[in-house]
Design a binder for this molecule. Structure first.
Ligand code: SF4
Length: 436
């Protein structure tokens, strides 16, 4: 099966039929680095507005923009050989194959942060993921290690939907409403819980306010932890992960008001907030928001007996209509565990779906979404950027280093450590187990 990038190029030239969510995806990401207004890149939803002050990527030198994929692959390989154990390359499941093929570890954001921590010999951690992941790796990595995202413009629109100023403002309003004193059982009025997909500042906020971080694989364990210590939870930034997890734990939808940061009291009445068990931030992932119940119905009609697996960042109706919902790790393991040839329709990012289809040719695996639409921010990392940062390391230059100030990193580490204590993370997955 061709890579997502190759498919996009073939659709552009008309060599194969198909639809891409933006024809501009076929251009190199450097075209978007040059635009006067920063953007998440082609394919992101119109509702995703990039925050002022987001990191900007400088112009990638021409030699990396014009080199062929074969030339870049040879240069990346040579640079990695020269650097040896001094560098570790991490690749997220949603990253394009042309980059992931050079990753020493492939995984989700938490597995990759653990991989960063488990490779102390590496002076440089080249993180082929998005900005918040590189921040988390820097928080957990040793002081002698530099964390380097190949393209600084690879952010995450969902993570950006909750900024520290809006969360602090929300917290003040909630403190005024609920007070700050614990109840007779010693439970705090409210506990903040942030999804891993959030800035270091928000993880630090949770560390400072008795809160915790969660991932899509341990969200229910973390919510249990929070309910033991608090009367209610403020969950950000992803409303869908919060709603899907709390609903599965038996929290009624009527006790899950949504907080819109642009409205007083988040757009809720005092009575609604008084009765709340989980307050959901108004955030979402534009990739997972594309999946619909209609797509699931179509898959079931065309492939009777199909198994539908979706990520919990999908809307609640989609999760309810699927056979199962879980993290990227869960989806990969569910497919690997199927002993008989099975048809799977998957609701998560297309690079991962494509890779699973290649790794498991005995199964029929396809994306629920017929439109080819990768995560636009992950897509900002192209082999040209990877070659650029690696060859700089060979010359002794560290480009694009992410540094989280210690005043933020220290409380963020506390919130991450609370999560680790609540439930140890999934094991790091070496690249040779995952495949290409
Ligand atoms: S898939 Fe969604 S949540 Fe994940 S990095 Fe892309 S925009 Fe962010």
């Amino acid at each position: 099966m061709s890579s997502v990038d190759t498919t996009i190029q073939l659709i552009r030239t008309g060599a194969i039929p198909g639809t891409v969510c933006s024809p501009d995806l076929a251009d190199g990401p450097w075209v978007f680095d040059r635009q006067p207004e920063p953007s998440y890149g082609p394919g992101s939803s119109m509702g995703d507005i990039i925050p002022v002050g987001s990191p900007r990527q400088g112009q990638l030198p021409a030699e990396y923009r014009t080199a062929s994929n074969n030339e870049l692959a040879a240069r990346i390989h040579a640079a990695k050989q020269t650097l040896g154990d001094r560098v570790v390359v991490l690749g997220h499941f949603y990253q394009r194959d042309e980059v992931v093929q050079f990753a020493d570890f492939i995984g989700d954001s938490f597995q990759l942060a653990n991989a960063a921590r488990s490779t102390p010999a590496a002076e440089a951690i080249v993180f082929c993921g998005v900005h918040f992941m590189a921040e988390t790796a820097d928080i957990l990595a040793g002081p002698h290690q530099s964390v380097i995202p190949p393209n600084l413009a690879a952010g995450c629109s969902m993570a950006d939907m909750a900024d520290i100023d809006s969360v602090e403002e929300c917290w003040e309003q909630l403190a005024e409403l609920y007070g700050t004193q614990p109840d007779a059982d010693g439970r705090a009025p409210i506990i903040p819980v942030t999804y891993m997909n959030s800035s270091a500042a928000l993880k630090g906020f949770c560390g400072d306010h008795g809160g915790i971080v969660c991932t899509s694989s341990n969200a229910s364990t973390v919510l249990e932890w929070a309910f033991e210590r608090g009367q209610r939870v403020l969950f950000f930034p992803d409303q869908h992960l919060g709603r899907n997890t709390a609903k599965a734990m038996g929290v009624p939808l009527t006790r899950m008001p949504m907080w819109n940061p642009r409205k007083p009291l988040g757009g809720n009445s005092r009575a609604e907030l008084a009765d709340a068990r989980v307050i959901l931030w108004h955030g979402f992932c534009s990739v997972h928001k594309r999946f619909s119940v209609g797509q699931i119905e179509k898959a079931r009609a065309e492939f009777p007996g199909v198994t539908v697996l979706v990520h919990p960042e999908c809307p609640m109706e989609v999760v309810d209509a699927a056979d199962a919902a879980g993290s990227t790790d869960f989806i990969g393991k569910a497919i690997a565990a199927a002993s008989e040839p099975t048809t799977f329709a998957i609701g998560t990012e297309i690079n991962m779906v494509n890779r699973l289809a290649t790794q498991h040719p005995q199964h029929t695996i396809f994306s629920l979404d017929p439109v080819v639409c990768p995560c636009s921010t992950m897509y900002r990392i192209h082999p040209g950027y990877l070659a650029w940062v690696l060859e700089a390391l060979v010359r002794g230059e560290v480009l694009n280093q992410i540094t989280v100030p210690e005043r933020v990193a220290a409380p963020a580490r506390i919130a991450l450590e609370r999560m680790l204590a609540a439930k140890p993370g999934a094991p790091v997955v070496p690249a040779d187990v995952i495949g290409d």
